[in-house]
Design a protein around this ligand. Sequence first.
Ligand code: FBP
Length: 333
Amino acid sequence: MADSPMTLSEHLSTQQAALSTEHARNVAAVLGRIGRVAAVIAQELAHAALRDQLGYVGGANATGDQVKKLDVWGHETMVSALRETGACAALVSEEATDPVEMDAGGTHALVVCADPVDGSSNLDVNGSVGTIFSLKPSRGKSPAGPAALGAGTDQIAAGYVMYGPATTFVYTVGRGTHGFTLAPETGEFLLTHPDIRIPKRGKIYGINEGNVNTWHPGQRAFVEYLKTKDKASGRPYSLRYSGAMVADVHRTLLDGGLFMYPADWSDPAKPKPKLRLLYEVAPMGLLVEQAGGRASTGFERVLDVVATEYHQRAAVILGSPEDVAMADEFYRR
Ligand code: FBP
């Protein structure tokens, strides 16, 4: 790399034009702060086993998941960091049943939806985990939490951090999707993946095949199609699944293909999705679309799904545009 790569804060200032001036300062403050929190979380993850930070705290969160010590620590760290920005009016978090209201007032304060530690089942086995976040305008609402509800198209920014061999920060403010790598020595995120463009078609799919018997018939037929040998169309695709949405989406953004978490259709009258719309599915949908990909529920564009509850769930099929279009076709059959 010739010149020293751009830092996250420098890059944020180049993205201002994509935002209304009023929101631009608050978006930069919140994204910059999440970047600094990510460096702290990366440190804590690296020392978790040494600091007795692995394992469960007991009890379940708003969506019934067993809660890990690092889930709680990650949530509390995110809450105090966002409070200090003075730009965040409320936080909707996987680890809190109700929105955490904050003092930041004014029409241009933001509402953040976040999954502080995504992929918790990987924590105790040293697998990749992440943080996912989405920013929406509070519109001066008080309480501000309800401003998080609505369609994914209301998002003004979204991103994730992946804690893997390296720590990667990926975000969008609606002007492309950009990736940064943490320089552990300085704690700075440096631009390493400018303007990520997802390949039109891939060779890899990610899904928990253990759930195959609960899938919609179209989903089952589509995965069978991906696994069927046909040289001309580059099949069979390879299966890769990490157990952490952030890691599977990151691979999909860079290498193409698909990440899918379809609903459980055991009772077709009441399909049961797993992943949460506001702080998992919608932010990933925006990032993938901004990289030239698509994100669908199998029936509609993920970003058009309207959230009416904070921990609402949604099915997701995202990735290379031609592959997702194919999946939608199988759902229509
Ligand atoms: P949390 O760990 O934040 O609850 O996230 C849910 C998640 O772990 C995703 O990251 C991942 O894609 C999925 O659930 C894995 O689910 P399963 O174990 O059912 O395959």
